[in-house]
Design a protein around this ligand. Structure first.
Ligand code: F6P
Length: 345
């Protein structure tokens, strides 16, 4: 039986660990494995290669994805679905394991409704996928961001500055909240709560009036900001669009820093972590989680559990409906954010 695997969307530490685990388990089930290049594009362009134990050996700890990735969505390509169906038939593909986030798994859900045999694996550093407690890649991003905040702390303290650290998080503030708590941030701004920069500046002013000489502000890239009275909340984008047609985010950190300095008079700097959060080796936690997802996904194919996704519930890996993943965003719960707020100020 031939099974194809693809990685779609933004890359994420742990993708190779999933691929390796899928292939290793597949050999026990007697499946022949095929790697699709650059996500769904691999089917649209019939671009793939054989995956074996040998070709996937030594990749567990490596960042990125040996399959390549893209944000190409077959439903947005003229005749895309038919091309995918023809490629599946021509290559004798019994099932597809789609490792991806919001875009990849919503396409996977539609494909499965169109009759293709699909199993999903939830991936994103943002941790915003519904239907699973955690996605792999998130722990690595939080670890990198926490390390950066620790480093910013010592330099902010030495120079008596405010430092704003911009982290990833398009729709949600999981990375900002986790890394902010772990790094002892004095203010955390997340997409779930639009930020009023007048209030943020007043907060910093109060903190410094009580004797503090420096502050660390963590802001998620997708946080909407209100700069002044009568202004509306704005998402800060570069003006360009990504491959999926979504606005490219970035720049909110500079705006927050500028407003804090302008309103408080405190010297303020910004540090944008960007893709550093997504590159390089996965943490041990993510390697284990990714491996468990990969083994489970392969077992799902063997059991014929299609239209489903491997999911972490508590400490168990279970199978849930694929459509659950993108039904709604998994936001940071208010109660959890309140824990972070205890330490503001
Ligand atoms: O989806 C994960 C993510 O890291 C988002 O937080 C971010 O907006 C996006 O990817 C940026 O990805 P790229 O630079 O590849 O367009």
């Amino acid at each position: 039986m031939k099974v194809a695997v693809l990685t779609g969307g933004g890359d994420c530490p742990g993708l190779n660990a999933v691929i390796r685990a899928v292939v290793r388990r597949a050999s026990e089930h007697g499946f022949e494995m095929m790697g699709l290049r650059d996500g769904w594009k691999g089917l649209l362009e019939d671009n793939h290669f054989r995956l074996t134990r040998e070709t996937t050996s030594g990749i567990l700890h490596r960042g990125g994805t040996i399959l390549g990735t893209s944000r190409v969505n077959p439903f947005k390509v003229e005749g895309g679905l038919e091309k995918v169906k023809r490629a599946v038939e021509r290559n004798g593909i019994h099932a597809i394991i789609a490792i991806g986030g919001e875009g990849t798994l919503s396409a996977a859900t539609r494909m499965s409704q169109e009759g293709l045999r699909i199993v999903g694996v939830p991936k994103t550093i943002d941790n915003d996928l519904n239907g699973t407690d955690f996605t792999f890649g998130f722990d690595t991003a939080v670890t990198i961001a926490t390390d950066a905040i620790d480093r910013l702390h010592s330099t902010a303290e030495s120079h008596k500055r405010v430092i704003v650290c911009e982290v990833m998080g398009r729709h949600v503030g999981w990375i900002a909240t986790y890394a902010g708590i772990a790094g002892g941030a004095d203010v955390i701004l997340v997409p779930e709560i639009p930020a009023d920069l007048v209030k943020v500046a007043e907060h910093i002013q109060r903190r410094h009036a009580s004797g503090r000489t420096f502050s660390i502000v963590v802001v998620a890239e997708g946080t909407k900001v209100k700069v002044g009275e009568g202004q509306s909340e704005q998402l800060i984008t570069s003006g360009a669009l990504d491959e999926a047609g979504r606005p490219r985010l970035g720049g909110v950190g500079s705006i927050v820093a500028h407003e804090i300095e302008r309103r408080t008079g405190f010297e303020t700097r910004v540090s944008v972590l960007g893709h550093i959060q997504r590159g390089g080796v996965p943490t041990a936690h993510d390697r284990v989680l990714a491996t468990r997802y990969g083994v489970h996904a392969c077992d799902m194919v063997a059991r014929g559990e299609f239209g489903k996704m491997a999911s972490l519930r508590g400490n168990e890996i279970i199978s849930v409906d694929l459509s659950l993943a993108t039904k709604e965003l998994k936001r940071v719960p208010e109660e959890f954010f309140k824990v972070a707020q205890v330490f503001f100020g």
